[in-house]
Structures are given as C-alpha cells and as structure tokens.
Design a protein around this ligand. Structure first.
Ligand SMILES: *[C@@H]1O[C@H](CO)[C@@H](O)[C@H](O)[C@H]1NC(C)=O
Ligand SMILES: *[C@@H]1O[C@H](CO)[C@@H](O)[C@H](O)[C@H]1NC(C)=O
Length: 439
C-alpha cells in the first residue's frame, strides 16, 4: 500500500517538475536548431508514454517468467529434441524466446518479440527490411557510403541491420542511430572498437544485440549526418561505449563492453523504458551511469531493467550508479568490483533481486552499495531493497527505506534466488551463432 501511494506522489511530482525549467545537460549538439528541438519534444512525449506508473507489475512479471523458464528447462529440452539434435540450453526467459530455434537466421525479427523488463515494448526495426552491412569503413561521416553501418542507421524507415562478415568498425565520430532500428550482429563477430561511441539521442525503439564494444575514445566532433535529411555540428564526445540521451524503449542484449574512455553504457537526459540483458562487462572504472546530474529532475521517469548480465574482471565501480528513477537489478552475476557495485544519489529506487555478489578481498570494499555524498538521515528514506541475493566472500547490502515487494498474486512469486545466477547468466556476452543451428 505504501508503495502505491508513493508512486502516485512520484507521478504528481513528475508532472509538476516537468513544468519547471530544467538545466540543460551536455548534448554534444553544436547548434540546437529546429530539427533538434522537434526531436527533443518528440522524445519527451515518447518517454512519458513509455513510463510505467506501476513498475512492480513489470518486475513481478519478469520474476514469473524466470520461474517458468527454469521449471520448464527439462521439458523444453525434451520437446526441442523433436526438431534437432544439437545441444542448446536456454537458461533464462529472454533467450528461451528464440535461441534454440535452428532457423533463427531465417526469422531474425522474432527477436523483436523477446524483450522483457522495462524495455519490453522495444521492437527495433521489426517490420522493416533486412539491411546487410558489407563495408566496415567509416570514412565519410557527413555523406556515409552505402553498405556501411553509418549509412544504415540514418535511414528514415525501420531497418533490421545485420552484417555480411566478421568486422571491426572504428567509428570516426559518434554513430547517431535513428529510431526504429535493430543492430543485429548475430552470426558474425562484430567489434565496434577504437573509435567514437554509439549515441542514441532523442530517439525511440532501438535493439542492439550481439555486438562487442570496446576501447572507444573521446572525439573532438565536427559535421556529422544524423539522418538522411539533416546534419549538424557535433561538439566533443566523451567516449562512452553506448550513450542513451533522451532515448526510450531501448533493449541491449548479449553485448560485451570493455575499456571505454567514459562509461560503458550511460543513460541520461530523460531516457526510460530500457532493458540491458545477457551482457558481459569487463576492464572498466565507471561502468554504468544512470542519470548524470543531481539537478536533472526529469530523470524521475527513468526505469531500467538490468538482468542476467555478468559484471566481470577488472571492473571498479558504478554497476550502475543511479539517480532519481526505478532500477530493477535482477539475477546478475557480480564477480568483480574494486570499490562498490551499486551506487546512487538523488533518491533512486533500487530493487536488487536474486543477484550473486562476490566481494573483493579488500575488507573495506565488502559493501555492495554506495550512497554518494548523502547524509544517512537523507538516504535512509530511499527504497533500496535486496531480496534473494546471494552474498559471497563477506559481501553486504545495506538496505534502506520502505521495502519493495513483488505484487502479491495467487502464486506469491518471489525472485529466483542468487544461487541460480550461474545458470541464468551462463551465456552472457555475444553468442556464437551459425546459420541453420541453434545459437
Ligand atoms: C532437471 O531434471 C533433473 C533430473 O530430473 C533435475 O535434477 C533438475 O533439478 C531439473 N532442472 C530444473 C531446472 O528443474
Ligand atoms: C517508429 O515507428 C513507429 C511505429 O511504426 C512510428 O509511429 C514512428 O513514427 C516511427 N518513428 C520515427 C521517428 O520514424
């Protein structure tokens, strides 16, 4: 009951705050012209429409799907044996939707039905043409060559983008992806590496899957085309792996990311309805930033699901670091951190369920949570709940605020506990998929 009232209040606050002037965030946009104004307005509208006033319906539903998949694991295998002989194991409900279909490459857009969590309405380029990237170069950011990834992502219509071969793509400037796109690297080994970041700015409905993103660097900017009908000056970019800026309905699945100049995945500026799943993160300091400023109240509507990911070797902090919104951290494997795993400021709501947290040896870094620059009298009111988490090597999770619980239904579903995490995250990171065989 308390939670329901809390959410009504939050929604009311949200509406009030929308009418107050909000300080601008760094947008890398040289000239904020009419086109960008139009996109920003459309993005705000889409974000409000994608916001879920009752987030616990989404979290409870995802918990239930996890139970169903694990209970059906043996049954599924048995029934799939009628169709093929290969060993294919699906160990979580997102993968269960498509991975063991040997004809996945004939029906790539099936993936569009598989998102769960806050990003579950994401369909990416579903219904659009399949477009095959044949050229790994990125030599003309103003007039991209046909066949390149940059050409594909600026097309106005929905597009399902795939790759002809394995390739390394060094982006010369930010890759500005337009709405209704899927970047689907299944079947190929595609690395976005050593160049600029992928940017989803004021756009909606994007799926990114099976990509390797690493070693991105800051770029000084310049004239970059952001759609077939528009280009403009970009100022310097930070060198995130993937940057979400005012983006809604985004699903990132089976990606690996490491060693970028800024965050691996940063989500800011009123982005919402996002799922990051089945991904593998390594070798990085500031892993994920969800909300970049304590004065950017529009991030109250940020809702993100982080599920079935592996936070691995060489990670230091921010997995993620959150502000304002609602964050569902479900069944992830945290095997490495140096400073802390989950942090935040500006009263974020954090529901940590069924994760495995393995603390580092350092006795001063056993605590998973870090409330940044905030007095206890303040953060003790923030709802940070741990349920079913598995704590190893002395890891601790300091809870606060009113506890968040799944919506009670007949089956009284609770999160699948952290003891199942090695199974649930067994295939985190990009998959090796061959045509005609299950992935
Ligand atoms: C699958 O079946 C085996 C043998 O009957 C059992 O031990 C195991 O727990 C089952 N797995 C799941 C996830 O139910
Ligand atoms: C994306 O697709 C949706 C649904 O077909 C459509 O309503 C929307 O206008 C598209 N967005 C853009 C920016 O083209």
């Amino acid at each position: 009951m308390a939670m329901e009232a809390d959410h009504k209040l939050k929604l009311l606050l949200l509406c009030l705050l929308m009418t107050i002037t909000i300080p601008a965030l760094k947008a890398n946009i040289g000239e904020f012209d009419e086109e960008w104004e139009r996109r920003q307005e459309a993005a705000e509208k889409s974000a409000k429409a994608a916001y879920k006033p009752e987030p616990l319906h989404i979290t409870t539903h995802l918990n239930r799907q996890v139970h169903k998949t694990l209970e059906g694991l043996n049954d599924t295998r048995r029934s799939l044996r009628h169709h093929y002989d290969g060993p294919c194991q699906v160990t979580n409900p997102i993968d269960a939707c498509w991975r063991c279909d040997p004809n996945w490459d004939q029906d790539r857009q099936k993936l569009a039905d598989c998102a769960l969590g806050f990003g579950h309405e994401t369909t990416g380029g579903k219904g659009g043409r399949i477009y095959t990237v044949t050229d790994p170069s990125d030599d003309n950011v103003l007039e991209p060559e046909e066949g390149t990834l940059r050409w594909a992502v600026i097309q106005p219509e929905p597009l399902w983008i795939i790759f002809k071969d394995d390739m390394n793509i060094e982006l010369k400037e930010e890759l500005l992806v337009t709405s209704n796109k899927t970047i689907d690297a299944r079947g190929c080994n595609v690395h976005i590496q050593g160049g600029a970041q992928i940017t989803l700015q004021y756009v909606q409905n994007i799926i990114i899957c099976n990509l390797h993103v690493r070693d991105t660097v800051s770029k000084e900017g310049g004239m970059v085309r952001d759609s077939t009908g528009h280009f403009g000056l970009r100022t310097a970019s930070d060198g995130d792996g993937i940057s979400l800026f005012g983006a809604s309905n985004v699903w990132i699945d089976h990606v690996s990311a490491s060693n970028c100049a800024d965050g691996l995945i940063d989500v800011v500026a009123g982005s919402t309805a996002i799922t990051i799943s089945n991904s593998h993160f390594t070798d990085h300091n500031d892993v994920m930033l969800f909300g970049s400023s304590d004065s950017y109240y529009k991030d109250e509507l940020m809702q993100i699901t982080l599920a079935f990911n592996h936070f691995g070797q060489g990670l230091i902090q921010r997995m993620p670091r959150c502000r304002f919104g609602f964050f569902h951290v479900l069944n992830n494997d945290y095997t490495h951190w140096i400073m802390y795993a989950i942090g935040g400021s500006s009263h974020p709501t954090i529901l940590s369920q069924g994760n495995r947290y393995i603390a580092p040896e350092n006795a001063a870094a056993k605590e998973i949570c870090n409330r940044v620059n905030t007095a206890k009298s303040e953060w003790s009111k923030w709802s940070w709940t741990s349920e079913g988490d598995l704590f190893l090597n002395g890891a601790t999770f300091t809870e606060s605020g009113s506890p968040i619980r799944n919506i009670p239904q007949e089956d009284m579903i609770t999160a699948k506990p952290g003891t199942f995490v090695t199974t649930l995250t067994m295939f985190a990171g990009p998959l090796k998929c061959d045509e005609g065989k299950p992935c």
